[in-house]
Write a protein that binds this ligand. Structure first.
Ligand code: SF4
Ligand code: SF4
Length: 154
C-alpha cells in the first residue's frame, strides 16, 4: 500500500480548534456526504448545530469556490439529521455509527480533515514547525553548562 492510501488527521485544519463532541459514546447515526453529488451550495452548513460541516476548496487555488464540496467531521457530528434533510441534492445520508466510517472512505474523493502523512510533512514544512528530537541527559547537561558560562561571562 502506498503512503498516499493511508490517511491521518490533518493537525493544521481549523476544525481542530473547534470543541469536540461531548460524551464518551458516539451518536447512533452519523452523516456522510456523497461528494460526487455535492454542488458545494453550502446550504447544509447553515443548519448544522455543531458546525461540523467543512468546506473543501476546488482544485484551482486562485478560485477555491469553483467546484468546491463539503465534508463532515465525523468526530464532531451529533447525528441530528438536519443536513441530510436540508440538502437539496439529497447527497448527505445518515448511517449507523460504525458503517459511516467505511462509507466515508468510498464516498469522499477529497478531504482536508484527513490527509496523507506526506501532506502532513509538507504542511509542517510550510508552517515552519520543526520537531526537535528529545535531548539525551548528556546533551542537556552540556547545554546547561554553556548557558551557565554565558551568564557568568555577561
Ligand atoms: S447530522 Fe447534524 S450534526 Fe451531523 S453534520 Fe449533519 S447537521 Fe451537523
Ligand atoms: S447542501 Fe448538499 S449539495 Fe449543498 S453543499 Fe451541502 S452536501 Fe453539498
Amino acid at each position: 500500500m502506498s503512503d498516499d492510501n493511508v490517511l491521518v488527521e490533518n493537525p493544521f485544519h481549523t476544525a481542530r480548534l473547534k470543541p469536540l463532541r461531548k460524551g464518551k459514546k458516539g451518536p447512533q447515526l452519523l452523516a456522510v456526504v456523497h461528494q460526487s453529488g455535492c454542488t458545494g451550495c453550502e446550504i447544509c452548513i447553515a443548519g448544522c448545530p455543531v458546525d461540523s460541516i467543512e468546506l473543501v476548496p476546488g482544485p484551482d487555488s486562485t478560485n477555491p469556490g469553483f467546484k468546491q464540496t463539503v465534508e463532515i467531521d465525523l468526530a464532531r457530528c451529533i447525528g441530528c439529521q438536519n443536513c441530510s434533510q436540508d440538502c437539496p441534492w439529497e447527497t448527505i445520508m445518515m448511517y449507523k455509527h460504525d458503517d459511516a466510517f467505511k462509507i466515508w472512505g468510498h464516498e469522499t474523493f477529497k478531504s482536508e480533515l484527513y490527509v496523507s502523512p506526506n501532506t502532513v510533512d509538507k504542511l509542517t514544512e510550510e508552517h515552519g514547525i520543526k520537531f526537535d528530537p528529545p535531548q539525551t541527559e548528556e546533551e542537556n547537561t552540556e547545554s546547561n553548562d554553556t548557558k551557565d558560562s554565558e551568564e557568568s561571562a555577561s
